[in-house]
Design a protein around this ligand. Structure first.
Ligand SMILES: [Zn+2]
Length: 86
């Protein structure tokens, strides 16, 4: 009788340990997936055009005077407006 009880306890402990491990594994896998999505564009963050406010990859953007632009046209317009304000 005592042996049966011990076996039951061991079985229950193993069951809950397995359940906990399974949950930890699922959370770990979700974290991995989240990291994978964040690394979809490594070293290529999104920047915003100072003229039309459109977001585009940094590699496609133009940088001028600390601002980002989607095209030379918008860069020229922005700089022209800024110089006219000064
Ligand atoms: Zn633009």
């Amino acid at each position: 009788m005592n042996l049966l009880l011990i076996r039951l306890i061991i079985f229950a402990v193993l069951f809950f340990a397995g359940l906990k491990l399974y949950r930890m594994y699922r959370e770990w896998k979700q974290d991995q997936n989240a990291d994978g999505q964040q690394d979809a564009s490594p070293g290529n963050p999104m920047v915003r055009c100072a003229w039309c406010k459109v977001h585009l990859p940094e590699s496609d953007a133009l940088r001028e005077k600390g601002e980002w632009f989607c095209s030379p046209d918008h860069r020229d317009k922005y700089l022209a407006e800024r110089s006219s304000e000064e």
